[in-house]
Each structure stands twice: as structure tokens, then as C-alpha cells.
Design a protein around this ligand. Structure first.
Ligand code: DGY
Length: 327
């Protein structure tokens, strides 16, 4: 049985194991490749039981792919292909130590993710969700000068981009078109590309102090875990808006709840959460929070491109070629 006898599996076509359904075009491309495809549920025990003998694991942000999973797959495992640009769910040193390649899907989801970041920016700045909730109550209302007043995004509000990379630049292009001033941290914040958008490179402390909107676009690493916590909220404007479409644990979520509740900052637009898919109840009870369930890259064409890139990596590596987008 190939699932329990790695040698039997190795003698056959290489096998890619998935725990989810690929977008249709990517699935068709994988089905046409000389690769056997198996699926299990995303449950860790199911995954561990299903991977022995696999040559590739196609993973998602929700799967922890660590040494235990790699050892369960055994010596046949050559690739962990993540469907997503962030790969904090994968123990890369453990993979490297075992000679296993790790790939992600960079570049194809920048615009979709920036669209969502900007959606959250506008929705929080102009209190759209709060106003929608209000109008649905059927309460009486009339136009008043101070009714649902928010931040003037286009009147020179300052956007602070923490971790200016591909997605950060895509957000910056939108912000520039809205007439926002832009400050940013990251090695690419001082270069010709940043200059062309009028971006000013700053340290985090200056970014926090100056920004009307702080948007996070750095990867989750041991350095960026809880990069934004009580101390950073205290350094921000009392009206400041925090946007997180990166990774939940970059923000100390309990400190965020305190800051939003106590008026230390103004609002938050969140696509990701520290303990997702769980969302702290205290967070959702706050009127100044807009929350969506990790849908940054959830555009139909974007998801096809992500699937396609993951499959290209599987086909390349299992065909003996170098990975297309190694991390
Ligand atoms: C990404 O691309 O990193 C998304 O968050 C899904 O993993």
C-alpha cells in the first residue's frame, strides 16, 4: 500500500498531496501532469497519515508543515509548495536540513491584496461598515454636519507602510493616486521606485507618530511577531487607523483591543487575526473595527494564478527541474 510503504510509492509516479481543492484551471494542469494526486482533510492527523511516500505537499497558511510532517512523508519528499506568498507556516530550516525545496506564490497576488488593504482603509476611514450597521437598524436619521464624520483620506492624510515590498508598493500606488502622503519602513523605502511615488523612508517610531493610517505589509518572522503592541499604539495618533492584511501575530491583539476600546487609536481594518480562525470576542464587539476573514488574495483570477504557480513548482521539481519560485 503506497500510503504505508514509501518504497512502493517511489516506484510509481511521484505523488503530490493536497488538503484542499485547487482552483479549476490549476487542478486541470496538475491532472494533466505525470503526477499522482492525493488529498486528505486538513486535519493534522489525516495529513500525517496521508503523506508517507509523497514527493510534494501542497500547503496552505492554515497547515503547519514542520519536521514531523516532513519525516512522516519520508525520504521521497522533495517539495513543499505553499499556495500563498507568506510561508511562516513552514519550518524552512527543517526543510533545508532535509534537502526539501520550499516554494511560495509571490507577485501574483499583490494587486488583489492591495485592493483589500485599500478597501479596509476607506471603510475604516469613512466608517462605512458602522454606518451600514446603523442604517439597517431602521433608526430615524437625517443629514447632520457631524453625522458619521471620519478621516479625509484624499486631503493629504499620511499613510505609513510598515515593510515596503511588492504588496506595500501596490498599496502605495493607490495611496499616491488618492493624494496621500506616504512614509514607509523597509530596505526598498529609499530607492528610485519609492522616490517616484513620493515615499519618504522613515524609522518605525517616526512612521507611528506621523501616520493617519498605518498599514502592515511585512512578513511574520521572529522579529516582526508583536511588532505592534501597547507601546506602539501609545506612539500613534489618537485618531490613527491600523490596517492589517499581513499576518495576525504581527499585532498584539489583546493590546489592540485595549487601544481601540480606550481611544488610544481610532480604528482598525483587519483581514488577519492573531489566533485565526478564532477572533477575540472583545474585538468584534467594538464599533471601530472592520473585520474580514483572511480574504486578501481572494480574487478569482488571482486564486487561479496562485494555483497555477503552485502547480508549476510541483511539476518542475517532481520533473527534476529547479523550483520556479523558491522561498
Ligand atoms: C498569502 O498569500 O500569504 C495569504 O495570506 C495566504 O497564505
Amino acid at each position: 500500500d503506497a500510503a504505508t510503504d514509501p518504497a512502493a510509492a517511489l516506484a510509481r509516479r511521484p505523488r503530490a498531496h493536497l488538503t484542499f481543492t485547487l482552483p479549476p484551471n490549476a487542478a486541470a494542469r496538475l491532472a494533466a501532469a505525470p503526477v499522482e494526486v492525493t488529498t486528505s482533510t486538513a486535519d493534522r492527523d489525516d495529513l500525517l497519515a496521508a503523506v508517507p511516500g509523497a514527493s510534494a505537499i501542497v500547503s496552505l497558511v492554515t497547515h503547519r508543515i514542520d519536521g514531523e510532517v516532513m519525516d512522516a512523508a519520508g525520504p521521497s519528499l522533495r517539495l513543499v509548495a505553499n499556495l500563498g506568498v507568506g510561508y511562516d507556516n513552514i519550518d524552512v530550516p527543517a526543510a533545508t536540513a532535509r534537502g526539501i525545496a520550499v516554494t511560495n506564490t509571490p507577485g501574483v497576488l499583490d494587486e488583489a491584496t492591495a485592493d483589500l488593504a485599500f478597501t479596509l482603509l476607506l471603510a475604516t476611514a469613512r466608517r462605512v461598515v458602522e454606518a451600514d450597521r446603523f442604517v439597517r437598524t431602521g433608526a430615524e436619521w437625517r443629514w447632520e454636519p457631524d453625522f458619521f464624520v471620519g478621516l479625509d483620506v484624499s486631503a493629504g492624510a499620511t499613510l505609513g507602510i510598515v515593510g515596503l515590498g511588492r504588496i506595500g508598493f501596490a498599496v502605495a500606488r493607490r495611496a499616491a493616486a488618492f493624494g496621500m502622503r506616504i512614509v514607509a519602513t523597509g530596505s526598498r523605502a529609499s530607492g528610485p521606485e519609492a522616490e517616484a511615488l513620493g515615499i519618504r523612508a522613515v524609522e518605525l517610531a517616526e512612521l507611528l507618530a506621523e501616520s493617519d493610517v498605518v498599514s502592515l505589509h511585512c512578513p511574520l518572522t521572529s522579529e516582526t511577531r508583536h511588532l505592534i503592541g501597547a507601546e506602539q499604539f501609545a506612539a500613534m495618533k489618537r485618531s490613527a487607523i491600523l490596517i492589517n492584511t499581513a499576518r495576525g501575530p504581527i499585532v498584539d491583539e489583546l493590546a489592540l483591543i485595549d487601544a481601540l476600546r480606550d481611544g488610544v487609536i481610532g480604528a482598525a481594518g483587519l483581514d488577519v487575526f492573531e489566533w485565526e480562525p478564532a477572533i477575540s470576542q472583545g474585538l468584534l464587539a467594538l464599533p471601530n473595527v472592520v473585520a474580514v476573514p483572511h480574504i486578501g488574495s481572494a480574487g478569482a483570477a488571482t486564486r487561479e494564478r496562485m494555483g497555477d504557480l503552485a502547480v508549476q513548482n510541483v511539476v518542475a521539481v517532481l520533473g527534476g527541474l529547479p523550483p520556479v519560485t523558491p522561498v
